[in-house]
Design a protein around this ligand. Structure first.
Ligand SMILES: [Zn+2]
Length: 283
């Protein structure tokens, strides 16, 4: 075959017909259908074709769940206690993220009403350094626990996290113990904790409060685990089963209580709170 007749595949760029530019439309990463951003917003970031759950920010969760609410403790910032510098300086990283988030760090706390029932809500923010759990996250969640305990209000934590914040070293690991000891006291006084695990909930967050809920809920297809899949595979030297660390797999193995789609989240959450409030007054 003459040289000029050969197809030079390495120089051909193939683009999918479904690839479209950013703007009013986007492609569902699960089913490939083209979705209008406006409709996606109305459906709380769920695909109208396959119900794939895209990530949501804390403001969207507040809109999804609360009748009305107010945000608490906006004035806590990490002090970079280790003066940590690796590929970039932690101080600079904090400045950058604090500017884009108005200094909320990786968790935001809200107090308000869901279908007329009082609730304290902690929502983790994955866009703030991967939802990593550092001293500010620990302090804010601890304050939320104290507030809920003092007022006998149910506490709901929406988790979305890559794990502990390595830039704070042992101080970030101490938050696991700090929050868990607070939750132990909270629970001993018959208070209700509901955790909602969203995609992804990993590392120290899973190893502490995410798995301590009286009721543990997950969003469909959420990745939930401690170590990453590659690390586990290398350690045990085996292929992992299909769907490993996904919400459906965890439910089948008894790690979580229920998988709830976002369109049912407010109703389910308020029903649970109503049920446990009644139980509590009856006792
Ligand atoms: Zn889809």
């Amino acid at each position: 075959m003459p040289e000029w007749f050969r197809r030079k595949t390495n120089k051909i760029n193939t683009t999918s017909k479904k690839d479209i530019r950013e703007g009013a439309w986007l492609k569902c990463s699960n089913c490939g259908n083209v979705l209008s951003r406006r409709i996606l917003d109305e459906k709380f970031n769920c695909c109208s074709s396959c119900n794939f759950h895209f990530k949501m920010n804390p403001d969207q969760y507040v809109e999804l769940l609360f009748d009305k609410s107010k945000e608490l403790w906006l004035d806590i910032e990490s002090q970079d206690p280790l003066n940590f510098i690796a590929s970039k300086s932690y101080k600079e990283q904090l400045e950058k993220y604090n500017e884009s988030s108005n200094g909320t760090d990786a968790v935001r706390i809200f107090s308000g009403k869901i279908k007329n029932l009082e609730m304290t809500l902690c929502v983790m923010d994955f866009s703030f350094i991967g939802g990593s759990m550092g001293s500010v996250v620990g302090e804010k969640i601890s304050r939320a626990i104290t507030l809920s305990q003092d007022k006998s209000i149910p506490l709901v934590i929406i988790c979305s996290s890559g794990g502990a914040r390595m830039q704070e070293g042992a101080i970030s690991l101490m938050q696991l113990a700090k929050i868990c000891s607070k939750l132990s006291e909270f629970s001993s006084k018959s208070n209700l904790l509901i955790t909602i695990l969203t995609d992804p909930t990993m590392g120290g967050t899973t190893a502490s409060y995410a798995m301590l809920g009286d009721v543990i809920i997950a969003e469909p297809n959420a990745l939930i685990g401690f170590a990453g899949q590659r690390v586990i595979k290398q350690t045990i030297g085996e292929e992992l089963p299909e769907g490993f660390q996904r919400a459906e797999f965890l439910k089948k193995h008894g790690f979580i209580d229920e998988i709830i789609s976002r369109d049912k989240m407010k109703e389910t959450l308020s029903n649970l709170i109503k049920f446990f409030n009644k139980k509590r007054t009856a006792n």
